[in-house]
Design a protein around this ligand. Structure first.
Ligand code: PMP
Length: 286
């Protein structure tokens, strides 16, 4: 495996960053997770765009232009001869002094890893998964805007631990007002009275690229969609539920806090969207 760090490629064992990098010391940095399907990088422009928006929001000057970043990603993919896989693109604040001040960091570091991902076995996509509502809340958007895909995932990790402790694979996170925001690393959708509903980003959700893809696909299938406010009541009374993310793709959720969603099996709209998503990612020109 060849890993890109600041313009050079290193073998896995040689790929290292400084222990003084503020990405490690303080989680000061941003990242993207991107899929490679059939030799094509899925929604690369959208991911690069979100990366530069995250950077702008935290005053991080990425030391290369978006076009150069795209090139670096594509080069890493071809260097590793990846046809199907997962790219982790990270920009850290860079090496600095002990102390929070990012001005002490001279140059952000860009790291690109092209590897593999298998979050869930196939049978879960057919049967769905059980989730619980976590007591750990999503970071309030006036503390850290959920649209910033930062290296700071500690509250999501705590919610994931809660899910595991409850014998589930995932947790639903609420925002500080009790509205549904998202899962620990995935967006959430429900189907209610034939409409596809998902929390608007300002309720504490990442502006997910799979989320946007699903909203587009639903519209072209003639399924009404709405970005709105959702409470646990909406989850408990939903006909269908699923989560979306680059790694998980579209995962049916069939149990929430011990209650069956619909009849406890993935619903027809969820299945239709899973099929549409499969067809989309396998198209030659994305
Ligand atoms: N929410 C969070 C907190 C995430 O980290 C992610 C990415 N894994 C998502 C939602 C899904 O976003 P995307 O579809 O862009 O991968």
């Amino acid at each position: 495996m060849k890993i890109y760090i600041d313009g050079k490629f290193y073998d896995r064992g040689e790929a290292r960053i400084s222990v003084f990098d503020h990405g490690l010391l303080y989680g000061d940095g941003i990242f993207e997770g991107i899929r490679i399907y059939n030799g094509k990088v899925f929604k690369l422009k959208e991911h690069i765009d979100r990366l530069y928006h995250s950077a702008k929001a935290i005053l991080l000057d990425i030391p290369m232009q978006p076009a150069g970043m795209e090139q670096a990603v594509l080069e890493t993919v071809s260097m590793n001869a990846k046809v199907d896989g997962y790219i982790r693109l990270i920009v850290t604040r860079g090496e600095g002094a002990l102390g929070l001040d990012p001005a002490q960091c001279e140059r952000p570091s860009v790291i690109i890893i092209a590897g593999d991902i298998q979050l869930y076995p196939q049978e879960y996509y057919e049967k769905g998964i059980a989730v619980v509502t976590a007591a750990t809340r999503r970071m309030p958007s006036d503390s850290l805007d959920p649209r910033i895909k930062s290296l700071n995932y500690l509250n999501n990790i705590m919610a994931k631990v809660e899910a595991k402790q409850a014998g589930c694979l995932e947790a639903v996170m609420l925002n500080h007002e009790g509205y549904v925001s998202e899962c620990t690393a995935d967006n959430i959708f429900i189907v209610s009275r034939g409409t596809l509903l998902t929390p608007a980003p300002h309720y504490g959700a990442l502006d997910g690229i799979t989320r946007a893809t699903v909203l587009d696909m639903a519209e072209s299938c003639g399924i009404p969609v709405s970005e709105t406010a959702l409470t646990r009541y909406d989850l408990y009374t939903a006909a269908e539920c699923f989560m979306t993310g680059t790694g998980a793709e579209i995962m049916p959720v069939t149990k929430i806090d011990g209650r069956l969603v619909g009849d406890g099996r993935p619903g027809p709209i969820t299945k239709r969207l899973i099929d549409a998503f499969r067809n989309l990612v396998l198209q030659k020109n994305l």
